[in-house]
Design a protein around this ligand. Structure first.
Ligand code: PAF
Length: 283
């Protein structure tokens, strides 16, 4: 496995593979890697000839600078994990390498980028599109792998790929969970053990709500999730939206769609840490 810091070096290394017609897979990450990332990389390695993993803490997608400051940075441990799962190249550029000039490009894909995370984190998805479009231009991957934990992010990236007529195939990969049910996230390392135990209730209540939904209305189910989680000390729901899985538009009734997902963001603990998760009611 090679650790590369510049675009020029990465492209030089990929030229040969591309000339041989080899398939290139990309796993974009912001580092602080965990088993969820490892599962994306394993899948990428299995499905492509060359696997590139980018490790870049992208400043333009952090609307809250404090969130950026406290984001864990663990490049040595990340490289050890990536080597163990068979990545070929780790691309870890500096901010200046990716943004020699401030990026003034605007990406706008309403409604998928304006609801939920888009509404609560203004500019977040614009920053995600800025960096992912740059990574796609640099690596020119055949396939790119994203975790379904960031359910809305995948919808926004698909919209961008369609808009820019990119040839890359977006491969969504299932959420990987701790034994407790807590969705794996780099932000979990910022939680104490006690907070992690509390945070596990998010998945617990979402799972219970699937059963609750079988004999309650959509609105009752939404209220059930919000009230149950807010009743737990240490948790505070920012939003819980039950949406169409494609358009991400909020629904009023279970009969409004065949593809229904509940997307949630919850603040956990004293700092507090913002955790996201989702549950599928219908597909
Ligand atoms: O999901 C993430 O970790 C980031 O949003 C991504 C896709 C690597 C872009 O910085």
């Amino acid at each position: 496995m090679k650790l590369i810091h510049t675009i020029e070096d990465l492209q030089r290394n990929l030229t040969e593979a591309r000339a041989k017609g080899e398939k290139i897979g990309l796993v974009p990450t912001m580092g602080a890697l965990h088993e969820g990332h490892a599962s994306l990389v394993r899948r990428c390695v299995a499905e492509n000839d060359v696997t590139v993993v980018s490790v870049f803490l992208n400043p333009t997608q952090f609307n809250d600078k404090k969130d950026l400051e406290k984001y864990p940075r663990t490049l040595d441990a990340d490289c050890a994990l990536l080597e163990s799962v068979g990545a070929d190249f780790v691309f870890a550029p500096s901010v200046e390498e990716m943004y020699p000039e401030p990026d003034s490009r605007k990406f706008s894909y309403p409604p998928v980028d304006t609801v939920m995370e888009g509404a609560f984190r203004p500019g977040h998805f614009n920053g995600v599109c800025q960096i992912v479009s740059k990574l796609f231009a640099v690596v020119e991957p055949d396939r790119a792998y994203f975790g379904e934990k960031d359910f809305q992010q995948i919808a926004v990236i698909r919209a961008m790929v369609e808009d820019l007529h990119l040839k890359v195939e977006i491969v969504p990969c299932p959420v990987v969970r701790e034994k407790s049910g807590l969705a794996m996230s780099s932000r979990n390392t910022l939680l104490t053990d006690g907070e992690k135990a509390v945070a596990a209730h998010i998945f617990g209540i979402l799972s219970k709500s699937k059963n609750f939904a079988t004999n309650h209305t959509l609105k009752e189910t939404r209220q059930y999730v919000v009230d149950s989680l807010n009743a737990i000390v240490g948790l505070e729901v920012q939003y819980f939206a039950i949406v169409d899985g494609g358009s991400l538009q909020e629904l009023d009734s279970w009969s409004d769609s065949d593809d229904i997902v509940g997307c949630i963001t919850v603040f956990c603990g004293s700092q507090p840490i913002r955790l996201i998760d989702h549950v599928r009611y219908k597909e």
